[in-house]
Write a protein that binds this ligand. Structure first.
Ligand SMILES: [Zn+2]
Ligand SMILES: [Zn+2]
Length: 320
């Protein structure tokens, strides 16, 4: 089968054998989505080697322990735990120290014709959700997951820093809980995508005026400057949600966290089930985030496209 792989520091489309873990389900991938994490892996982050990609929708072809899933259209939780440790026994395989993560840690990913995942990771996709929408489940779950970590009330003042894909989904998710959500970013065109969603949009150069105005600030810009801006925007005793897996050095003013008694919350993944409900009930717009769709055989080009400024989500169609 074809697979988009990062090996020996090189990204290439390779011909490899079909995955064949008998203890796991075999999924034929229909579409996959290129995430910023893929772009970071291609730069060498996580020392990952193998097939990249973790956002997908597919059809189950084999599942020995879950025959009911065969033929079903599914999405998949990307973390696969050991199933035995304390975290796994508490139903939290996302934090299993021995976990593998689809296309990110120790497990071949989704930019391929087929993938393996434990059948317990798979969720059937309701027919009301299109393939294109379903590909957004993982980032949407990650965005909506914030609302399970921090309580957001209708009057809570929330700012999201970063007008990229993740910032957009965070702002839309939080706007389902609060009437006071602002999205802050550099690009007018990107900000305009959420304007009809009851979200205020603010260009970065005007954000300073909002100093100390927010109860909750979500940092989803992926750049170092976002950290200090977040501290500028927070009220004393505010909550700072960190979403960027920024890997460079950060020089941010930790003393301000102490003086203002800020609570910092790291936030990575979220549950898929609530995200599926949101898409099914059309609570979140993901279509406007799609910039382009290419075929898997154009995978290398697709990654290059996704790296360009102004490009939002690039999808790969796997069949045809
Ligand atoms: Zn992702
Ligand atoms: Zn475990």
């Amino acid at each position: 089968m074809k697979a988009l792989r990062f090996e020996n520091k090189e990204l290439k489309l390779a011909e490899i054998s079909k995955p064949n873990k008998e203890t796991e389900a075999l999924v034929r991938v229909l579409k996959s989505g290129i995430c910023n994490t893929d772009l970071e892996i291609v730069k060498g982050y996580a020392n990952f080697s193998g097939t990249i990609g973790h956002e997908f929708v597919g059809v189950v072809e084999e599942a020995e322990d879950a025959p009911d899933l065969i033929g079903k259209r599914v999405v998949g939780e990307i973390n696969a735990g050991c199933g035995r440790c304390e975290r796994c026994l508490k139903n939290d395989s996302r934090h299993c120290p021995e976990r593998t993560v689809l296309g990110i840690v120790g497990r071949d990913g989704a930019h391929a014709e087929f993938l393996n995942l434990p059948s317990r990771n798979l969720l059937e996709v309701p027919t009301k959700i299109s393939d294109e929408q379903a590909v957004f489940i993982e980032p949407l779950a990650a965005a909506f997951g914030i609302t399970e970590q921090v309580e957001i009330f209708p009057e809570t003042r929330v700012a999201v820093i970063g007008d990229g894909k993740l910032g957009n989904l965070c702002a839309q998710s939080l706007a389902l809980k609060s009437r006071n959500v602002s999205l802050i970013g550099k690009y007018k065109e990107k900000l305009s995508l959420v304007e009809e969603r009851n979200i205020e949009t603010v260009l970065l150069e005007n954000a300073k005026k909002l100093s100390r105005d927010f109860d909750v600030v979500v940092e989803a810009s992926g750049s170092e400057s976002g950290f200090n801006l977040a501290l500028d925007l927070l009220k004393p005793r505010g909550k700072l949600i960190l979403k960027s897996t920024f890997h460079g050095e950060t020089k941010w003013q930790a003393w301000r966290v102490v003086v203002d008694e800020i609570t910092i919350v790291g936030s990575r993944c979220g549950r898929f089930a609530p995200a599926l409900e949101l898409l099914k009930n059309k609570k979140i717009d993901v279509e406007s985030l799609i910039s382009e769709e290419l075929s898997l055989s154009e995978g290398v080009k697709a990654i290059k496209r996704a790296e360009q400024k102004g490009v939002m989500k690039v999808l790969l169609s796997i069949t045809n």
